[in-house]
Design a protein around this ligand. Structure first.
Ligand code: GDP
Ligand code: GDP
Length: 437
């Protein structure tokens, strides 16, 4: 199921990142302590009243060309209008109405998407008189909140959930591998999609997906069916998308949601950037299998160790997904595009692996013998029993005596043991701890 995207927009200092942290705060998971994931979160899943959505802080997206503030804010808003399902327009009740707020409102009044006007920094609800001015923005009654104190944010979330688009059913046909081609602008996503579709038999193209504007392309290769998620967004770039290219991360988020395998495209000439880490990190966190495609390999001067050195760089920079196979390709010449699809097949299969309970418990027993679980002064962690709870991604439930004694490093040890024994290439692995006496 595709998650709706909710973008927070507004001038600098109105409290966007404070609100972001407030709304996602409770959900930041303990499992995600993996090194290498960029910690400055710009997007994060949040949940309210049973609805899950992805919240994006557009203020955190840094712009290449600095520009003046009204212009930067304007870009954020254009991006939000283009890519998000709901816009939260944040204003500062203490500072009062500013001309930048008015500019933003003028843009937002033109979209048919739901916009919620939110007045932040209202700590004293006796004095909501200060909000009267904001009615002038023509976006309805402002919702007063204090992001810092968490006041009235429950009401805000109720309102937000009521305007989210309806839940759409899981799409796609069985036996079809859904692939999202993701990456920064200019790494070669469109070229890669065209290279794939040029070689393989396209079955149907241009079937609108359930998500608004998304166009998916189906193709067949060696008797197997694939779907490229949201190829319209990749192949036909709108004027706005070009203008705000840097932010195409939102488009990637949406595509990742709907895929099984993420093809993360990197640019061989540029190495691994922070933006690459964010995009790949999202695929990882969403539990999707990944293949790393190092594109434009034709432009690299190579000696016998070049690809090895590049792989080492990737392993270091994307340390949270050392499980992902790396393929050096050229979308331009088509070199190794075939190999890339073989890797897609492999990881799609690996993310569905099931380990029998007896094999799993034997492995855990051996692992524990070699390297005992953590202990504190007078208690030692015991893993009583393990079972595989699910696939996509493979998830293991560990029944333990004291869950709080578990360390991230011990889980990583178990993960490594599982990978050494069973593979799980290209897919993240998750653990769930359950307490048992
Ligand atoms: P952003 O630039 O829009 O992301 O704004 P920040 O979240 O960084 O907040 C800007 C400043 O406003 C910080 O000093 C925050 O502590 C402060 N702030 C944020 N929310 C509130 C609030 O609800 N009440 C008050 N009084 N201050 C707040
Ligand atoms: P996107 O923004 O990620 O979709 O990137 P594009 O597919 O539009 O490619 C950006 C630029 O890189 C274009 O000028 C392409 O021709 C070029 N390009 C893409 N793939 C390759 C490649 O494998 N080798 C070379 N030399 N150029 C490439």
């Amino acid at each position: 199921m595709s998650k709706p995207i909710v973008a927070i927009v507004g001038r600098p200092n109105v409290g966007k990142s404070t609100l972001f942290n407030r709304l996602v705060g409770s959900r930041i998971a303990i499992v995600e302590d993996k090194p290498g994931i960029t910690r400055d979160r710009l997007y994060q899943d949040a949940e309210w009243a049973g609805r899950v959505f992805t919240l994006v802080d557009t203020g955190g997206l840094d712009f290449v060309e600095s520009g003046d503030i009204p212009r930067q804010v304007r870009r954020q808003v254009e991006l939000a209008i283009e890519e998000a399902d709901v816009v939260l327009f944040l204003v500062d009740a203490r500072a009062g109405l500013t001309s930048t707020d008015e500019d933003v409102a003028a843009l937002l009044r033109r979209t048919s998407k739901p916009v919620l006007l939110v007045a932040n920094k209202v700590e004293n609800f006796q004095r909501t008189g200060q909000l009267v001015d904001f009615f002038r923005l023509g976006l309805g009654e402002p919702i007063p909140i204090s992001a810092a104190q968490g006041m009235n944010t429950g009401d805000l979330l109720d309102r937000l959930v009521s305007v989210l688009p309806p839940v759409t059913a899981e799409e796609g046909e069985p036996d079809t591998i859904r692939i999202a081609v993701i990456g920064r602008p200019n790494v070669g996503k469109s070229s890669l999609v065209n290279a794939i579709l040029g070689e393989e038999r396209v079955i149907v193209s241009g079937i609108p997906g359930t998500t608004r504007d998304a166009i998916d392309t189906y193709f067949e290769r060696e008797g197997r069916r694939y779907m490229l998620v949201d190829t319209a967004g990749i192949r036909r770039k709108s004027r706005i998308e070009e203008a705000i290219e840097k932010y195409s991360v939102i488009r990637s988020l949406r595509a990742v949601d709907r895929c099984e395998v993420a093809l993360v495209v990197l640019d061989a000439l540029e190495g691994v950037t922070d933006q690459d880490k964010r995009i790949a990190g999202y695929a990882h966190e969403e539990g999707k299998a990944s293949v790393l495609a190092v594109n434009k390999w034709d432009l690299v001067e190579k000696d016998t160790r070049t690809s090895q050195r590049f792989t080492e760089l990737i392993r270091r920079e994307l340390a949270f997904m050392t499980y992902a196979p790396v393929v050096f390709i050229s979308a331009l010449t088509g070199k190794r595009v075939h190999r890339l699809l073989e890797m897609v097949d492999l990881v799609a299969q690996q993310q569905c692996l099931r380990i029998s309970t007896s094999e799993l418990n034997r492995l855990i027993r051996d692992a524990v013998l070699h390297n005992p679980p953590p202990a504190d002064k007078n208690r030692r962690l015991k893993i009583l029993y393990a079972t595989q709870g699910g696939v996509k991604p493979p998830t293991f439930i560990l029944f333990v005596n004291y869950p709080e004694l578990m360390h991230f490093s011990y889980l990583r040890y178990l993960e490594n043991q599982l990978r050494a024994a069973f593979g799980f290439e290209g897919t993240p692995i998750r653990f769930v701890l359950r307490q048992r006496d």
